[in-house]
Design a protein around this ligand. Structure first.
Ligand SMILES: [Zn+2]
Length: 200
């Protein structure tokens, strides 16, 4: 079983929310919060928040034991590494050694194990389902992304002040915005105003 459907609703600390599809579950995960200036976007406050995020259908990893604070800390370290690696790749910079090390360390754990149900047509994750396995699955997806055919499609939103990062999985590969209804429309509006202003 592979993580398939991507995209989550992101909440702005000022109140708004919008749908953002980063194109990969590991990249969606990188947008659950952060450090420093991104701490205001934190959505994983407690271990239960991480358990809920992982139980979402896009990865469907329902923990068979309560998540611990230690596991939440490990998850945030991996999240930061994915974020740093994605931004480095998007900017055509070498990946930070620390990010590579953190991603590799998470991937070294046993991943989630797929299990075919008795009906032979549906699948889930074989128990026990633990956080370290889910993090390994996310880390492995990120490794595939960075080393695979889509590695050149990792981009930051084209808006000047939007740090959201995604992998463009579209066939034409012309995706520019985190979300059309957010930065894409803002850009269109600005372009239209600029055109009107320059019209004689
Ligand atoms: Zn954007």
């Amino acid at each position: 079983m592979r993580a398939s459907a991507t995209g989550r609703t992101l909440h702005d600390p000022k109140g708004g929310s919008f749908w953002f599809d980063a194109g990969a579950v590991c990249l969606d995960f990188a947008h659950t919060g952060g450090e420093g200036p991104y701490a205001v976007f934190e959505s994983l406050h407690e271990p239960a928040d991480l358990a809920e995020w992982l139980a979402h259908p896009s990865i469907a990893a329902v923990m068979t034991a309560p998540l611990t604070v230690h596991e939440l800390t490990a998850a945030k370290a991996l999240r930061q590494a994915i974020w740093d690696a994605a931004h480095a790749r998007a900017a055509h910079r070498p990946l930070p050694a620390e990010a590579i090390e953190t991603i590799n360390r998470a991937a070294a754990a046993a991943p989630l194990v797929p299990e075919l149900a008795a009906d032979g047509t549906t699948a889930g994750w074989a128990p026990p389902v633990r956080a370290a396995q889910a993090l390994s699955t996310l880390a492995r997806e990120m490794i595939e992304l960075l080393s695979g055919p889509l590695s050149g499609r990792i981009r930051e939103c084209a808006s000047d002040n939007c740090p959201l990062v995604f992998v463009d999985t579209s066939r034409p590969g012309a995706r520019r915005w985190c979300a059309m209804e957010r930065c894409g429309n803002r850009h269109k509006l600005r372009a239209r105003r600029a055109r009107q202003a320059s019209d004689p």
